[in-house]
Design a protein around this ligand. Structure first.
Ligand code: NAI
Length: 462
């Protein structure tokens, strides 16, 4: 007799969403979580606390940059670091408690502790072994370290340590110009830290539309971030006052180094599956430590499923959530499905950066005929009124059918604007469908419509 229909291991966005949906569909569900709070990396030490820090420091930046222009006079506020940290902690607690409430509401059992899977259908937590018809691994990911770099989470930190620094550093070297590096780099640059980002590739944000990446780098440079591109970091060594980062420039193999109070290592993440006992179970693994799954999220062991950062695909909370809902539906005899072609990506800097679908670079490589409609926020009245007119919307559509293939936005509220394009893509819409949709004036979203118009007879305000 099984104790539960489904046991889910990990209470991050993948695991907790799977649990709630499975319970809503009538299953008896337990979630194993070893942290003191629910929500996983995202709620505790990732998406949510970083957004609190980005918000607080954006407000500070606004007081310095734009208040006087609007006739708001007076001394700019100073930073109380302890209070800012307390605000961030409150935001986290509010959200993790919210998940606890949802578990109670949906009768999901929280098994506190770290899980292992001694045999198919069994989950061991502490001294107790629980039986389940299905087990879902939703254990997420951890920061991947770099050779020659030892992380102590005090001087040489990952994003986790960067969220709880004892003081605002004077100088910081960020290794890696990906999402974490640029979000956390922005936070500290706005707090007055001299931030230098060292990136292996010749452009920031690999995989992103090249035009957006170029504009993004220009804007961040104006905000005070420095970039060393085409540089392979060799080591980060602690010194009496901070750390030294040694790197090699790829173009001429020359070596150089930078000293900083704090070094943030943001060179990617890897699946976190240790301690589960997957090897003994004979679970087939995929590339880069991922768990191999079939189209229904089942691993090579029947009854054992996996979702989120632990399997293939972008390591994003919302991708894990979608897989969580889908696996719950599969396990309830329904047809859970994730459309991997329409998963948005957002960087929560100012301006925000967002994308969905294919880039021009990908379409060129595929030899596909496409057209581009571009609209600058300079032509958007609302953006101009609030000093956020930098950036643009770039909509890409099929040259023949006009079907929307992708969208790339850098500008105000890009992370929200992208979703009308996501919905349009889910419905197989054309650029003209978007262009013919009435958009309220004055809103940022008019820039999306104008980009769609630019795919046809032309934008009005450009
Ligand atoms: P990332 O994969 O986005 O970027 C890592 C960067 O480090 C790359 O540009 C890479 O070229 C560079 N790099 C690697 N080795 C290097 C070396 N030796 N020297 C110099 N540069 C080197 O990884 P990141 O920023 O750590 O983020 C991890 C994961 O978390 C990503 O999958 C990301 O999507 C996710 N995440 C998403 C957020 C969001 O959606 N807003 C926020 C934070 C994280």
């Amino acid at each position: 007799m099984a104790d539960f229909d489904t046991i889910i291991i990990g209470a991050g966005p993948g695991g907790y969403v799977a649990a709630i949906r499975a319970a809503q569909l009538g299953q008896s569900v337990a979630v194993v979580e070893g942290r003191d709070t629910l929500g996983g990396t995202c709620l505790n030490v990732g998406c949510i606390p970083s957004k609190a820090m980005l918000h607080a420091t954006h407000m500070l930046h606004e007081t310095h940059e734009n208040f006087e222009k609007m006739g708001l006079m007076g001394a700019a506020p100073t930073v109380d670091w302890a209070k800012m940290q307390a605000y961030k902690a409150d935001v986290v607690t509010g959200n993790t408690k919210g998940i606890e409430f949802l578990f109670k509401k949906n009768k999901v059992t929280w098994l506190k502790g770290w899980a292992s899977i001694p045999a198919p259908g069994q989950v061991k937590v502490g001294d107790d072994t629980h039986r389940a018809k299905n087990i879902v691994i939703a254990t997420g990911s951890e920061a991947s370290s770099l050779q020659g770099v030892t992380i102590d989470e005090e001087t040489v930190v990952t994003s986790t340590g960067a969220l709880t620094l004892k003081a605002i550093p004077k100088t910081m070297v960020v290794i890696g110009a990906g999402v974490i590096g640029l979000e956390m780099g922005s936070v500290y640059a706005r707090l007055g830290t001299q931030v230098t980002v060292v990136e292996y590739l010749d452009a920031i944000t690999p995989g992103m539309d090249a035009e957006v990446a170029k504009t993004f780098q220009r804007i961040l440079t104006k905000q005070g971030l420095k970039f060393v591109l085409g540089a392979a970091v060799q080591s980060a060594t602690k010194t009496a006052t901070g750390a030294t980062v040694a790197y090699k420039l790829k173009k001429n193999d020359s070596e150089a180094s930078l000293n900083a109070d704090i070094v943030l290592v943001a060179t990617g993440r890897k699946p976190y599956t240790s301690g589960l006992g997957l090897e003994a179970l004979g679970v087939e693994m995929g590339p880069r430590g991922t768990i191999k799954t079939d189209a229904h999220f089942q691993t090579s062991v029947p009854g054992l499923y996996a979702i989120g950062d632990a399997i293939a695909g972008p390591m994003l909370a919302h991708k894990a959530e979608d897989e969580g809902m889908a696996v719950a539906e599969v396990l309830s005899g329904k047809h859970g499905h994730v459309n991997y072609g329409v998963i948005p990506g957002v960087i929560y800097t100012t301006p925000e950066v967002a994308n969905v679908g294919q880039t021009e670079e990908q379409l060129k490589a595929e030899g596909r005929a496409y057209k581009v409609g571009k609209f600058p926020f300079m032509g958007n009245a609302r953006a101009k009124a609030v000093f956020q007119a930098e950036g643009f919307v770039k909509l890409i559509a099929d040259a023949t059918t006009d079907r929307i293939l992708g969208c790339h936005i850098i500008g105000p509220a890009a992370g929200d604007l992208i979703h009308e394009v996501c919905v349009a893509m889910e419905f197989g819409a054309s650029a003209q469908d978007l262009a013919l949709t009435c958009h309220a004036h004055p809103t940022y979203s008019e820039a999306v419509r104008e980009a769609a118009l630019a795919c046809g007879d032309g934008a009005i305000h450009a």
